[in-house]
Write a protein that binds this ligand. Structure first.
Ligand SMILES: Cc1cc2nc3c(=O)[nH]c(=O)nc-3n(C[C@H](O)[C@H](O)[C@H](O)COP(=O)(O)OP(=O)(O)OC[C@H]3O[C@@H](n4cnc5c(N)ncnc54)[C@H](O)[C@@H]3O)c2cc1C
Length: 377
């Protein structure tokens, strides 16, 4: 895609999002109508081959588009739904699935007819994901899955789950990734869990009670689930955080408007360095995030690994995004604390990002281990 075409696509996405994805009625609950609209617009299959109903765009273009989606769609929860569907469900089937799995699921997913989710976390295994106890036993016809997964974003609305389960025998702790349909016998979807933010992205527990999985629904290879999980987290730590750069831009612009118009002591509050420096920090956060993203999309478009880069990116963007929203509330003073100004929702939504995709403490562990093992960036 030429730069000009990319600019046109970005412009179209911004206009579409501004006009169709900002219904105030759906800021705290999922909107099936908005989902239908974004599917019709064609965004769900942005990097997927046209053969499966996608647009076949590069990761660089996808990143530019998703930064702008995050900017123009202030419904952060809805963007999170879209991200979970694309990057850690559909994308995994597209990149690591067999031809059979791709034929079975991708067209429906790019068309938005089936929504995706990823199931890693369990009640007793969060950061220590590899200690999961959900287990799949091999049978003649396929696999029988037992266990339950916690905090599953899109859980109540999803049709397709990428589920990680232990499959190694005896002391072998190997596990496998499976594609599980909501309709498979033994799948039970929990009720929507109320959260502090991201209200328009439903979340639930998913229980697998003697769930029957056909043989062909192994994603990647049997007992190679850790590889798929590593790749999934890499995609998640990059692309789920790209829209946050756009959200930071949106919040920063609101702050700029406010510090220019709000007067105290006879002057715009932006004249006070304690206020203006907060906006300078926001700008630095946005530009540094973009610089890191530039390197990552280059690696991903060349199908290279970006594990440590995405870990650093996730850590940096989430800290910058939370600080931006926290500073925005301070800049807006008492008004920022009211529901009317919608800054408090931005902050509530932002706070989750230091937890999902692996907590920021876990990212620091990864970065430390990588650095002290003598690997160079
Ligand atoms: C909004 C949201 C959406 C989510 N969506 C999904 C989803 O779609 N699918 C899914 O599978 N999961 C999902 N999760 C779950 C998420 O991945 C986990 O919450 C996360 O990995 C942390 O696990 P935990 O909550 O059990 O916390 P714990 O692992 O219990 O951690 C608690 C605290 O201890 C710290 N800690 C733990 N171990 C260490 C260590 N070794 N070193 C330093 N600090 C440590 C953590 O950083 C954290 O601060 C979601 C979570 C949220 C909040």
């Amino acid at each position: 895609m030429s730069t000009n075409e990319e600019m046109q696509l970005i412009e179209a996405v911004r206009e579409f999002a501004e006009n169709n994805l900002n219904d105030p009625e759906y800021l705290e609950k999922f909107s099936p109508e908005m989902w239908e609209k974004i599917a019709d617009f064609g965004l769900l299959g942005i990097t997927v081959d046209e053969k499966y109903g996608g647009l076949g765009e590069s990761y660089r273009t996808a990143a530019a588009v998703f930064e702008n989606l995050g900017y123009s769609c202030k419904n952060n929860g809805f963007v999170f739904v879209v991200n979970n569907h694309i990057w850690v469900s559909q994308n995994l089937i597209y990149l690591y699935g067999s031809e059979q799995l791709k034929d079975k699921y991708l067209c429906d997913m790019t068309a938005g007819k089936r929504i995706g989710a990823i199931c890693i976390t369990e009640a007793e295994s969060g950061s220590d994901a590899l200690s999961m106890v959900t287990r799949a036993e091999k049978t003649d016809d396929g696999y029988i899955l037992n266990g339950s997964k916690a905090f599953i974003s899109n859980g109540p609305i999803a049709d397709i789950f990428i589920v990680f389960a232990r499959t190694g025998e005896g002391n072998n702790k190997s596990f496998t990734a499976f594609v599980v349909e909501k309709e498979f016998p033994g799948v039970k979807i929990g009720a929507d869990i109320e959260k502090m933010g991201l209200g328009s992205c439903p979340t639930s527990e998913i229980v697998f009670d003697n769930c029957m999985i056909p043989k062909e629904n192994v994603l990647g290879r049997y007992n190679f689930g850790s590889l798929i999980m590593t790749m999934a987290l890499e995609w998640e730590r990059c692309f789920e955080f790209v829209p946050h750069i756009g959200a930071m831009r949106r919040v920063m612009e609101r702050c700029i408007e406010h510090v220019r118009s709000r007067q105290q002591f006879g002057r715009p509050i932006g004249d006070y360095q304690a206020v203006s420096h907060k906006i300078a920090d926001m700008k630095v956060g946005i530009e540094m995030s973009r610089a890191m993203l530039d390197r990552i999309v280059d690696l991903k478009d060349n199908m290279k690994t970006a594990f440590i880069d995405t870990s650093i990116f996730k850590l940096y963007v989430s800290e910058a995004y939370i600080k931006t929203c926290r500073d925005a509330m301070q800049i807006f003073g008492g008004y920022g604390y009211t529901k009317e100004y919608d800054i408090e929702r931005e902050l509530r939504d932002a706070l989750a990002c230091s937890i999902y995709s692996g907590t920021n403490e876990m990212q620091k562990n990864t970065i430390y281990n990588f650095t002290t093992n003598g690997e160079s960036l």
